[in-house]
Design a binder for this molecule. Sequence first.
Ligand SMILES: CC1=C(CCC(=O)O)c2cc3nc(cc4[nH]c(cc5[nH]c(cc1n2)c(C)c5CCC(=O)O)c(CCC(=O)O)c4C)C(CCC(=O)O)=C3C
Ligand SMILES: [Fe+2]
Length: 386
Amino acid sequence: MRAWEDQRVSSSESADPRLAPYDAVLVLSFGGPEGQDDVIPFLENVTRGKGIPRERLEEVGEHYRAFGGKSPINDQNRALIAGLEHELAEAGLSIPVYWGNRNWHPYLADELKRMADDGVTRVATFITSAYDSYSGCRQYRENVADAVAEVGPRAPRIDRLRHCFDHPGFISANADGVVGALGELSSEGARNARLVFVTHSIPVTMAETSGPVGGAYVAQHEAVARAVAAQVAERTGVAYEHDLVYCSRSGPPEMPWLEPDVNDHLEALAERGAGSVVMAPIGFLSDHMEVAYDLDTEAMQTAKSLGLEAARAATAGTHPDFIAAVVDLLLERAAVERGENVTRASIGAPGPARDVCPVGCCPNLRGERPALCGEDEPPNPSGDPK
Ligand SMILES: CC1=C(CCC(=O)O)c2cc3nc(cc4[nH]c(cc5[nH]c(cc1n2)c(C)c5CCC(=O)O)c(CCC(=O)O)c4C)C(CCC(=O)O)=C3C
Ligand SMILES: [Fe+2]
C-alpha cells in the first residue's frame, strides 16, 4: 500500500439532501514528491512544455532534496481532508471525500476511475488554489478535461467550487495567522511591525490576462491583504502598514514576472529603517515548499542578515474557519445547482469569483486546450443533459 492510500474512501453512500446533486467531494491539488526518487519525475511532470531553464529546475530540485525529497504538500492535503471529513460528519453531512493531484500520486485520472468504480456520478471539486490565474484555475480545468478523456464515458460529471480567496473564513484564518506571528516578535517588534503579504510570482502576461476580464490575480490578492490587515488592526488596535510582494519567481530571466521579490523588498524595508516584519503567505493555502523553503529558509535568512526581526504567519491550512469555509462553499454550490437562491459569503469587491468560468477566462497563452468546468466546456462525454 502506498503512503496516500490510507486517505481513500471506498464506498459512496447516498448523500445528504443538503448536498444534492453531489454524491462525492474531490480535493484537487498540485501533488508533490514523497522521497528523493520522486523529485526528478515530479519536476518533469510539473515543467513539461513550460520552457523552464535547466538551472532553475536544478535549484528547485535542491530545495526538495534538502527536505529529504519530500514535499510538505501531501501531508497538508491529508490533514485538510481529515479536517473536512470531520467537519462534514459534525454537520451530519454524509458524503465521501476523494483526493487527486495534477503532478503526483494519487493522480486525478486514477481517482476518477476509482470514483466511477464506486458508482459516483456527480462531483464537487475543491481546487487547492485560492485565486484566479492560468496556473491556479484553467490549468487545473485542463487537467480535469485530460483525466475525464482518459477515463471515458464512465467518468463522473465534475463541478468546481468557486475560488475561496474572498470567503470570510479564509480571511479570518489568515488574520489569526498574522496575530499569532506578531505574538512571536518582541513587544517593540510587534508594535512597529510591517505586514508583508506574500504570494507566488507569475509571469506579468499571465497576471494581466487572469480572470474573466484580466488583472484578477493581483486585484484579488490586494483585496485579501487589505481585509486581513483590517481584521488585524481591529484585533490588535494597531493599524499596521502592509505590502504585497512575491516569491518563487521562475522562467527565463528576460521574461517579466510580478515584483518586488520578497527578499528585495526586505532589503528596501531595512534601508528605510524598518525593524520588524511579519511575512504572511496569503497566496498559499498551506505550508507548501514555497513557504517552507522560499520564506522559512531563504527570506528568513535574508531578514536575519539585514538585522530585521521577522516572523512568518501560519497559512490557512486546517484552521477551523477555513475548513468551515470549504464546507460552506460546497453547500452554496449544491444549492445553486438545485436552482435555489444563495447568499454568497464574501468580503465584497472584487469577489465572489464565478462558479463556471466564461469563455477565454485565465487563458492558456501557449495555445488553447480543452478545459472542463467552464462555458467553453465540450459536450459531456457521459451524455448527461446539462
Ligand atoms: C500561481 C501558482 C501557484 C499557486 C496556486 C496553486 O497552488 O496551484 C503555484 C503552486 C505551486 N507550485 C508548486 C511547485 C512548482 N511550481 C513550479 C512552476 C510554476 N509555478 C507557477 C505558478 C504557481 N504555482 C508558475 C507560473 C510556474 C512556472 C511554470 C508554469 O508556467 O507552470 C515548479 C517548477 C519549478 C519552477 O519553475 O520554479 C514547481 C516545482 C507547488 C508544489 C509545492 C510543494 O511541493 O509543496 C504548488 C502548490
Ligand atoms: Fe508553482
